[in-house]
Design a protein around this ligand. Structure first.
Ligand code: GAP
Length: 452
Protein backbone atom coordinates (compact mmCIF):
# COMPACT_ATOMS: atom_id res chain seq x y z
CA UNK A 1 0.00 0.00 0.00
CA UNK A 2 2.69 2.47 1.08
CA UNK A 3 4.91 1.42 -1.80
CA UNK A 4 1.92 1.84 -4.06
CA UNK A 5 1.53 5.41 -2.79
CA UNK A 6 5.14 6.25 -3.73
CA UNK A 7 4.72 4.82 -7.23
CA UNK A 8 1.56 6.90 -7.69
CA UNK A 9 3.41 10.03 -6.59
CA UNK A 10 6.39 9.29 -8.86
CA UNK A 11 4.04 8.68 -11.76
CA UNK A 12 2.17 11.95 -11.09
CA UNK A 13 5.46 13.84 -10.97
CA UNK A 14 6.48 12.53 -14.34
CA UNK A 15 3.08 12.74 -16.04
CA UNK A 16 2.34 16.29 -14.93
CA UNK A 17 5.80 17.80 -15.35
CA UNK A 18 7.11 17.97 -11.78
CA UNK A 19 10.15 15.66 -11.92
CA UNK A 20 11.87 13.64 -14.66
CA UNK A 21 14.74 11.15 -14.43
CA UNK A 22 18.05 12.78 -15.38
CA UNK A 23 19.63 11.99 -18.81
CA UNK A 24 16.70 9.75 -19.63
CA UNK A 25 17.31 9.53 -23.40
CA UNK A 26 20.77 8.09 -22.63
CA UNK A 27 19.33 5.43 -20.37
CA UNK A 28 19.54 7.56 -17.20
CA UNK A 29 22.39 8.71 -14.97
CA UNK A 30 22.10 7.87 -11.31
CA UNK A 31 23.06 11.19 -9.83
CA UNK A 32 19.91 13.23 -9.64
CA UNK A 33 16.60 14.25 -11.15
CA UNK A 34 15.43 17.09 -13.38
CA UNK A 35 12.69 19.37 -12.10
CA UNK A 36 10.13 20.03 -14.85
CA UNK A 37 7.98 23.13 -15.44
CA UNK A 38 5.77 22.57 -12.39
CA UNK A 39 8.58 21.13 -10.27
CA UNK A 40 10.79 24.17 -10.72
CA UNK A 41 7.91 26.49 -9.71
CA UNK A 42 7.21 24.45 -6.59
CA UNK A 43 10.88 24.13 -5.64
CA UNK A 44 11.36 27.87 -6.11
CA UNK A 45 8.33 28.44 -3.86
CA UNK A 46 9.86 26.23 -1.15
CA UNK A 47 13.17 28.08 -1.37
CA UNK A 48 11.33 31.40 -1.35
CA UNK A 49 9.34 30.40 1.76
CA UNK A 50 12.58 29.38 3.50
CA UNK A 51 14.36 32.59 2.44
CA UNK A 52 11.43 34.73 3.68
CA UNK A 53 11.47 32.94 7.01
CA UNK A 54 15.23 32.80 7.53
CA UNK A 55 16.31 36.22 6.19
CA UNK A 56 13.53 38.73 5.46
CA UNK A 57 11.60 38.09 8.68
CA UNK A 58 14.78 38.20 10.77
CA UNK A 59 16.56 41.32 11.91
CA UNK A 60 20.02 39.85 12.03
CA UNK A 61 20.34 37.21 9.32
CA UNK A 62 21.83 38.14 5.96
CA UNK A 63 22.16 36.12 2.76
CA UNK A 64 25.07 34.82 0.72
CA UNK A 65 25.63 32.97 -2.55
CA UNK A 66 29.15 31.53 -2.47
CA UNK A 67 30.91 29.59 -5.24
CA UNK A 68 30.45 25.84 -5.50
CA UNK A 69 34.11 25.30 -6.36
CA UNK A 70 36.50 26.30 -3.58
CA UNK A 71 40.13 25.74 -2.79
CA UNK A 72 40.78 22.05 -1.99
CA UNK A 73 42.36 23.24 1.27
CA UNK A 74 38.83 24.07 2.48
CA UNK A 75 37.95 20.38 2.58
CA UNK A 76 41.19 19.47 4.30
CA UNK A 77 40.46 22.01 7.03
CA UNK A 78 36.77 21.07 7.35
CA UNK A 79 37.55 17.41 7.96
CA UNK A 80 35.65 16.21 4.90
CA UNK A 81 38.68 14.55 3.32
CA UNK A 82 39.36 12.40 6.33
CA UNK A 83 37.40 9.42 7.64
CA UNK A 84 34.87 11.87 9.12
CA UNK A 85 32.98 12.15 5.84
CA UNK A 86 32.98 8.58 4.64
CA UNK A 87 30.54 5.69 4.63
CA UNK A 88 31.47 2.03 5.03
CA UNK A 89 31.25 0.28 1.67
CA UNK A 90 31.01 -3.45 1.05
CA UNK A 91 31.08 -5.19 -2.32
CA UNK A 92 29.58 -8.52 -3.35
CA UNK A 93 32.33 -10.87 -4.52
CA UNK A 94 29.93 -12.54 -6.97
CA UNK A 95 27.80 -9.81 -8.64
CA UNK A 96 30.05 -6.86 -7.65
CA UNK A 97 27.12 -4.74 -6.48
CA UNK A 98 28.12 -2.25 -3.80
CA UNK A 99 26.24 -1.35 -0.62
CA UNK A 100 26.46 0.86 2.43
CA UNK A 101 27.20 -1.47 5.31
CA UNK A 102 24.83 0.28 7.71
CA UNK A 103 21.96 -0.26 5.21
CA UNK A 104 22.35 -4.08 5.29
CA UNK A 105 20.38 -6.43 7.51
CA UNK A 106 22.67 -9.44 7.03
CA UNK A 107 26.28 -10.00 6.11
CA UNK A 108 25.49 -11.22 2.58
CA UNK A 109 24.58 -9.62 -0.75
CA UNK A 110 20.88 -8.64 -0.76
CA UNK A 111 20.80 -9.05 -4.57
CA UNK A 112 22.36 -12.52 -5.08
CA UNK A 113 23.20 -13.79 -1.58
CA UNK A 114 26.93 -13.70 -2.41
CA UNK A 115 29.76 -13.19 0.04
CA UNK A 116 30.70 -9.59 0.84
CA UNK A 117 34.15 -8.02 1.02
CA UNK A 118 35.27 -6.58 4.39
CA UNK A 119 34.02 -2.97 4.77
CA UNK A 120 36.23 -0.13 3.65
CA UNK A 121 35.80 3.59 4.12
CA UNK A 122 34.46 5.35 1.04
CA UNK A 123 34.83 9.13 0.94
CA UNK A 124 31.77 10.95 -0.38
CA UNK A 125 33.53 14.01 -1.84
CA UNK A 126 33.18 14.43 -5.63
CA UNK A 127 36.45 15.20 -7.28
CA UNK A 128 36.86 17.51 -10.26
CA UNK A 129 39.60 19.42 -12.10
CA UNK A 130 39.85 23.15 -12.60
CA UNK A 131 41.69 24.54 -15.64
CA UNK A 132 43.22 22.80 -18.64
CA UNK A 133 45.56 20.37 -16.84
CA UNK A 134 44.12 17.28 -15.21
CA UNK A 135 46.76 16.69 -12.56
CA UNK A 136 46.71 16.65 -8.77
CA UNK A 137 47.58 20.36 -8.58
CA UNK A 138 44.39 21.24 -10.49
CA UNK A 139 42.18 18.93 -8.48
CA UNK A 140 39.42 20.14 -6.18
CA UNK A 141 35.97 18.99 -5.06
CA UNK A 142 32.37 19.92 -5.68
CA UNK A 143 31.13 21.21 -2.33
CA UNK A 144 29.58 18.56 -0.11
CA UNK A 145 27.78 21.11 2.07
CA UNK A 146 26.99 24.72 1.25
CA UNK A 147 27.97 26.10 4.67
CA UNK A 148 31.74 26.02 4.06
CA UNK A 149 31.36 29.04 1.73
CA UNK A 150 29.73 30.86 4.66
CA UNK A 151 32.64 30.16 7.03
CA UNK A 152 35.16 31.38 4.43
CA UNK A 153 33.21 34.64 4.17
CA UNK A 154 32.65 35.07 7.89
CA UNK A 155 34.95 38.13 8.12
CA UNK A 156 33.87 39.60 4.78
CA UNK A 157 30.21 39.56 5.81
CA UNK A 158 30.88 40.66 9.39
CA UNK A 159 32.91 43.68 8.31
CA UNK A 160 30.94 44.75 5.23
CA UNK A 161 27.58 44.55 7.00
CA UNK A 162 28.82 45.90 10.39
CA UNK A 163 27.22 43.00 12.27
CA UNK A 164 27.43 42.12 15.92
CA UNK A 165 27.11 38.71 17.49
CA UNK A 166 24.65 36.99 17.54
CA UNK A 167 23.91 37.04 13.81
CA UNK A 168 23.28 34.59 11.01
CA UNK A 169 24.26 33.99 7.38
CA UNK A 170 21.86 32.06 5.16
CA UNK A 171 22.48 30.37 1.84
CA UNK A 172 20.68 28.14 -0.64
CA UNK A 173 22.60 26.13 -3.19
CA UNK A 174 23.67 22.86 -4.73
CA UNK A 175 25.75 20.29 -2.90
CA UNK A 176 27.22 17.03 -4.18
CA UNK A 177 27.96 13.70 -2.50
CA UNK A 178 29.09 10.49 -4.11
CA UNK A 179 26.41 8.49 -2.28
CA UNK A 180 26.98 4.71 -2.44
CA UNK A 181 23.26 4.00 -2.61
CA UNK A 182 21.11 6.88 -3.84
CA UNK A 183 17.43 6.00 -3.68
CA UNK A 184 13.83 6.56 -2.69
CA UNK A 185 13.20 8.95 -5.58
CA UNK A 186 14.59 12.42 -4.72
CA UNK A 187 15.20 11.51 -1.06
CA UNK A 188 18.86 10.57 -1.53
CA UNK A 189 20.63 11.78 -4.66
CA UNK A 190 24.22 12.63 -5.57
CA UNK A 191 23.37 16.18 -6.57
CA UNK A 192 20.93 18.05 -4.35
CA UNK A 193 20.13 21.44 -2.90
CA UNK A 194 20.58 22.64 0.66
CA UNK A 195 19.03 25.56 2.53
CA UNK A 196 21.45 26.34 5.35
CA UNK A 197 21.67 29.02 8.02
CA UNK A 198 24.73 29.47 10.24
CA UNK A 199 24.12 31.33 13.48
CA UNK A 200 27.26 32.82 15.06
CA UNK A 201 26.96 33.32 18.82
CA UNK A 202 28.82 33.47 22.13
CA UNK A 203 29.87 29.95 23.21
CA UNK A 204 27.95 30.27 26.48
CA UNK A 205 24.75 31.05 24.55
CA UNK A 206 25.01 28.15 22.10
CA UNK A 207 22.68 25.78 24.01
CA UNK A 208 19.95 28.42 24.27
CA UNK A 209 20.10 29.21 20.55
CA UNK A 210 20.24 25.53 19.61
CA UNK A 211 16.85 25.01 21.29
CA UNK A 212 15.50 28.23 19.81
CA UNK A 213 16.38 27.32 16.22
CA UNK A 214 15.17 23.75 16.63
CA UNK A 215 11.74 25.08 17.64
CA UNK A 216 11.69 27.64 14.83
CA UNK A 217 12.52 25.09 12.18
CA UNK A 218 9.84 22.65 13.33
CA UNK A 219 7.32 25.52 13.24
CA UNK A 220 8.28 26.24 9.63
CA UNK A 221 7.27 22.75 8.46
CA UNK A 222 4.07 22.79 10.54
CA UNK A 223 3.15 26.23 9.19
CA UNK A 224 3.39 24.92 5.63
CA UNK A 225 1.01 22.04 6.19
CA UNK A 226 3.01 19.17 7.68
CA UNK A 227 1.02 17.33 10.35
CA UNK A 228 2.44 17.27 13.86
CA UNK A 229 2.14 13.48 14.13
CA UNK A 230 4.34 13.04 11.03
CA UNK A 231 7.21 15.19 12.30
CA UNK A 232 9.65 14.56 15.14
CA UNK A 233 13.02 15.73 16.43
CA UNK A 234 15.54 13.06 17.38
CA UNK A 235 18.63 13.64 19.51
CA UNK A 236 21.56 11.96 17.74
CA UNK A 237 23.90 10.02 20.08
CA UNK A 238 27.57 11.01 20.09
CA UNK A 239 28.87 8.03 18.10
CA UNK A 240 26.43 8.72 15.22
CA UNK A 241 26.92 12.48 15.02
CA UNK A 242 28.59 14.26 12.10
CA UNK A 243 32.30 14.79 12.70
CA UNK A 244 31.86 18.53 13.40
CA UNK A 245 28.86 18.33 15.74
CA UNK A 246 28.98 18.77 19.50
CA UNK A 247 25.23 18.25 19.55
CA UNK A 248 22.88 17.18 16.75
CA UNK A 249 19.16 16.88 16.35
CA UNK A 250 17.62 15.40 13.23
CA UNK A 251 14.18 16.65 12.23
CA UNK A 252 12.47 13.60 10.76
CA UNK A 253 9.33 13.05 8.67
CA UNK A 254 7.32 9.84 8.57
CA UNK A 255 7.81 8.81 4.94
CA UNK A 256 5.83 6.03 3.25
CA UNK A 257 9.09 4.12 2.65
CA UNK A 258 11.28 2.36 5.17
CA UNK A 259 14.61 3.52 6.46
CA UNK A 260 17.41 1.86 4.49
CA UNK A 261 19.59 2.00 7.60
CA UNK A 262 19.52 -1.34 9.34
CA UNK A 263 18.07 -0.80 12.78
CA UNK A 264 16.52 2.52 11.69
CA UNK A 265 12.82 2.81 12.40
CA UNK A 266 10.67 2.26 9.30
CA UNK A 267 9.31 5.45 7.82
CA UNK A 268 11.06 8.02 9.98
CA UNK A 269 13.84 9.71 8.03
CA UNK A 270 15.87 12.87 8.35
CA UNK A 271 14.83 15.98 6.46
CA UNK A 272 16.90 18.57 8.34
CA UNK A 273 19.80 18.62 10.78
CA UNK A 274 20.27 21.11 13.62
CA UNK A 275 23.91 21.15 14.68
CA UNK A 276 25.98 22.83 17.35
CA UNK A 277 29.27 22.93 15.41
CA UNK A 278 31.08 24.70 18.27
CA UNK A 279 34.25 26.39 17.01
CA UNK A 280 35.17 23.42 14.78
CA UNK A 281 34.94 25.28 11.48
CA UNK A 282 36.29 28.74 12.31
CA UNK A 283 39.21 27.39 14.37
CA UNK A 284 40.18 24.86 11.69
CA UNK A 285 39.96 27.42 8.89
CA UNK A 286 42.05 29.81 11.01
CA UNK A 287 44.68 27.13 11.51
CA UNK A 288 44.82 26.04 7.86
CA UNK A 289 44.58 29.49 6.25
CA UNK A 290 46.74 31.38 8.73
CA UNK A 291 44.00 34.06 8.97
CA UNK A 292 42.67 35.12 12.35
CA UNK A 293 38.95 34.35 12.25
CA UNK A 294 38.35 35.24 15.91
CA UNK A 295 35.69 37.78 16.79
CA UNK A 296 36.34 40.76 19.06
CA UNK A 297 33.38 41.22 21.38
CA UNK A 298 33.12 44.93 22.17
CA UNK A 299 30.81 44.31 25.09
CA UNK A 300 32.98 41.80 26.97
CA UNK A 301 36.31 42.97 25.45
CA UNK A 302 37.11 39.32 24.70
CA UNK A 303 38.41 37.76 21.51
CA UNK A 304 37.09 34.29 20.71
CA UNK A 305 35.87 31.92 18.04
CA UNK A 306 32.08 32.25 17.95
CA UNK A 307 30.12 28.99 18.24
CA UNK A 308 27.98 28.07 15.28
CA UNK A 309 24.43 26.75 15.43
CA UNK A 310 23.50 25.41 12.05
CA UNK A 311 20.07 24.68 10.56
CA UNK A 312 20.60 22.51 7.48
CA UNK A 313 17.57 21.56 5.40
CA UNK A 314 17.41 19.81 2.03
CA UNK A 315 15.34 21.59 -0.62
CA UNK A 316 14.70 18.28 -2.41
CA UNK A 317 13.75 16.43 0.78
CA UNK A 318 11.45 19.31 1.72
CA UNK A 319 9.91 19.04 -1.75
CA UNK A 320 9.29 15.32 -1.28
CA UNK A 321 7.90 15.90 2.22
CA UNK A 322 5.43 18.59 1.11
CA UNK A 323 4.43 16.55 -1.92
CA UNK A 324 3.69 13.38 0.07
CA UNK A 325 1.85 15.33 2.77
CA UNK A 326 -0.30 17.07 0.14
CA UNK A 327 -1.18 13.97 -1.91
CA UNK A 328 -4.80 12.92 -1.34
CA UNK A 329 -6.60 10.28 -3.29
CA UNK A 330 -10.38 10.30 -3.16
CA UNK A 331 -12.06 7.06 -4.11
CA UNK A 332 -15.07 7.64 -6.36
CA UNK A 333 -14.29 11.35 -6.74
CA UNK A 334 -15.59 14.41 -4.90
CA UNK A 335 -18.31 15.78 -7.17
CA UNK A 336 -21.79 14.65 -6.27
CA UNK A 337 -23.51 16.19 -9.32
CA UNK A 338 -23.69 13.09 -11.55
CA UNK A 339 -24.56 9.50 -10.74
CA UNK A 340 -22.00 8.10 -13.15
CA UNK A 341 -19.33 5.90 -11.59
CA UNK A 342 -16.35 8.12 -10.90
CA UNK A 343 -12.71 7.27 -11.05
CA UNK A 344 -10.25 7.92 -8.27
CA UNK A 345 -9.56 11.60 -7.96
CA UNK A 346 -6.29 13.13 -6.79
CA UNK A 347 -6.10 16.43 -4.97
CA UNK A 348 -2.72 17.93 -4.14
CA UNK A 349 -3.55 19.98 -1.07
CA UNK A 350 -0.41 22.11 -1.17
CA UNK A 351 -0.17 25.25 0.92
CA UNK A 352 -1.01 28.20 -1.34
CA UNK A 353 2.56 29.52 -0.96
CA UNK A 354 3.96 26.28 -2.36
CA UNK A 355 1.46 25.47 -5.12
CA UNK A 356 3.20 25.68 -8.53
CA UNK A 357 0.14 27.23 -10.21
CA UNK A 358 -1.91 29.71 -8.22
CA UNK A 359 -4.65 30.44 -10.76
CA UNK A 360 -6.05 28.51 -13.72
CA UNK A 361 -8.29 30.22 -16.26
CA UNK A 362 -10.85 28.12 -18.14
CA UNK A 363 -13.50 29.01 -20.70
CA UNK A 364 -16.57 26.86 -19.95
CA UNK A 365 -16.38 25.39 -23.47
CA UNK A 366 -13.85 25.94 -26.20
CA UNK A 367 -16.13 26.01 -29.22
CA UNK A 368 -17.61 29.43 -28.37
CA UNK A 369 -15.15 32.07 -29.62
CA UNK A 370 -16.59 34.79 -27.36
CA UNK A 371 -15.91 32.67 -24.22
CA UNK A 372 -12.40 31.79 -25.38
CA UNK A 373 -11.67 35.45 -26.19
CA UNK A 374 -12.82 36.61 -22.74
CA UNK A 375 -10.92 33.82 -20.97
CA UNK A 376 -7.70 34.67 -22.82
CA UNK A 377 -8.12 38.35 -21.93
CA UNK A 378 -8.48 37.43 -18.25
CA UNK A 379 -5.45 35.11 -18.49
CA UNK A 380 -3.30 37.88 -20.05
CA UNK A 381 -4.48 40.33 -17.38
CA UNK A 382 -3.53 37.98 -14.50
CA UNK A 383 -0.24 36.65 -15.86
CA UNK A 384 1.96 39.51 -14.56
CA UNK A 385 0.56 39.03 -11.04
CA UNK A 386 0.19 35.28 -10.47
CA UNK A 387 1.57 32.00 -11.81
CA UNK A 388 -1.28 31.17 -14.17
CA UNK A 389 -2.30 28.43 -16.53
CA UNK A 390 -4.85 28.62 -19.36
CA UNK A 391 -6.70 25.40 -20.16
CA UNK A 392 -9.48 24.80 -22.67
CA UNK A 393 -9.06 21.09 -23.48
CA UNK A 394 -11.71 18.57 -22.35
CA UNK A 395 -14.87 18.83 -20.29
CA UNK A 396 -14.98 21.38 -17.47
CA UNK A 397 -15.12 18.59 -14.85
CA UNK A 398 -12.04 16.95 -16.29
CA UNK A 399 -10.21 20.27 -16.32
CA UNK A 400 -11.07 20.91 -12.65
CA UNK A 401 -9.66 17.48 -11.80
CA UNK A 402 -6.51 18.20 -13.81
CA UNK A 403 -5.96 21.39 -11.83
CA UNK A 404 -6.72 19.68 -8.48
CA UNK A 405 -4.15 17.01 -9.31
CA UNK A 406 -1.37 19.58 -9.65
CA UNK A 407 -2.51 21.55 -6.60
CA UNK A 408 -3.74 24.73 -8.37
CA UNK A 409 -5.14 26.92 -5.60
CA UNK A 410 -7.92 28.71 -7.52
CA UNK A 411 -9.66 27.92 -10.80
CA UNK A 412 -11.56 30.61 -12.68
CA UNK A 413 -14.30 29.78 -15.18
CA UNK A 414 -15.70 32.12 -17.79
CA UNK A 415 -19.28 31.06 -18.58
CA UNK A 416 -22.15 32.60 -20.53
CA UNK A 417 -23.18 34.77 -17.57
CA UNK A 418 -19.66 36.22 -17.62
CA UNK A 419 -20.30 37.79 -21.02
CA UNK A 420 -23.36 39.62 -19.74
CA UNK A 421 -22.19 40.44 -16.22
CA UNK A 422 -18.44 40.96 -16.74
CA UNK A 423 -17.70 38.46 -13.98
CA UNK A 424 -16.51 34.85 -13.55
CA UNK A 425 -16.52 32.05 -10.98
CA UNK A 426 -13.59 31.48 -8.62
CA UNK A 427 -13.38 27.87 -7.40
CA UNK A 428 -11.41 26.90 -4.32
CA UNK A 429 -9.40 23.66 -4.76
CA UNK A 430 -10.07 22.26 -1.30
CA UNK A 431 -13.70 23.25 -0.64
CA UNK A 432 -14.76 23.27 -4.32
CA UNK A 433 -16.94 26.26 -3.41
CA UNK A 434 -17.48 28.73 -6.22
CA UNK A 435 -17.97 32.44 -5.91
CA UNK A 436 -18.75 35.04 -8.60
CA UNK A 437 -16.30 37.92 -8.78
CA UNK A 438 -16.43 40.97 -11.08
CA UNK A 439 -13.53 40.99 -13.55
CA UNK A 440 -12.71 44.59 -12.63
CA UNK A 441 -12.22 43.52 -8.97
CA UNK A 442 -10.44 40.26 -9.81
CA UNK A 443 -6.78 41.13 -9.18
CA UNK A 444 -7.50 42.55 -5.72
CA UNK A 445 -9.83 39.65 -4.85
CA UNK A 446 -7.22 37.05 -5.87
CA UNK A 447 -4.45 38.88 -3.99
CA UNK A 448 -6.67 38.81 -0.93
CA UNK A 449 -7.26 35.06 -1.28
CA UNK A 450 -3.70 34.09 -2.14
CA UNK A 451 -1.71 36.39 0.05
CA UNK A 452 -3.68 36.73 3.26
N1 GAP B 1 26.01 21.31 6.68
C1 GAP B 1 25.46 20.25 7.41
C2 GAP B 1 25.01 19.16 6.57
O1 GAP B 1 25.26 19.12 5.39
P1 GAP B 1 23.70 16.89 6.63
O2 GAP B 1 22.86 16.29 7.72
O3 GAP B 1 24.78 16.07 6.05
O4 GAP B 1 24.27 18.24 7.24
C3 GAP B 1 21.73 18.31 5.74
O5 GAP B 1 22.74 17.40 5.47
C4 GAP B 1 20.51 18.06 4.88
O6 GAP B 1 20.87 18.01 3.50
C5 GAP B 1 19.83 16.71 5.15
O7 GAP B 1 18.97 16.77 6.27
C6 GAP B 1 19.08 16.50 3.86
O8 GAP B 1 17.87 17.25 3.87
C7 GAP B 1 20.02 17.11 2.82
N2 GAP B 1 20.82 16.02 2.21
C8 GAP B 1 21.97 15.50 2.65
N3 GAP B 1 22.40 14.53 1.82
C9 GAP B 1 21.48 14.44 0.83
C10 GAP B 1 21.36 13.59 -0.34
N4 GAP B 1 22.27 12.71 -0.67
N5 GAP B 1 20.27 13.77 -1.12
C11 GAP B 1 19.32 14.71 -0.83
N6 GAP B 1 19.40 15.51 0.25
C12 GAP B 1 20.46 15.38 1.08
Amino acid sequence: MEKDLMSKIISLCRRRGFIFPSSEIYGGFGSGYDFGPLGVEMKNNIKQAWWEEMTRKQENIVGLDAAILMSPQVWQASGHLTAGFADELVECKKCHHRFRKDFLKENKCPDCGGELTPPRKFNLMMKTFVGPVEDEAAGTYLRAETCQGIYLNFLNVLNSMRLKIPFGIAQIGKAFRNEITPGNFIYRTREFEQMEMQWFCRPQEADKFFDYWKTQRIKWYLGLGIKKENLRAVEVPEKERSHYAKRQIDIEYKFPFGSPRFGGEAGWQEIEGIHNRGDWDLSNHSKHSGQDLKYFDEETKEKYFPYIIETSAGADRSFLTFLIAAFHEIKGGRTKTTKAVKEEEVVLRLDKRLAPIKVAVLPLVRNKPELVKKAREVYQMLKPYFTCQYDELGSIGRRYRRQDEIGTTLTLTIDFESLKQEDLTVRDRDTMLQERVKIKDLIEALKEKLEK
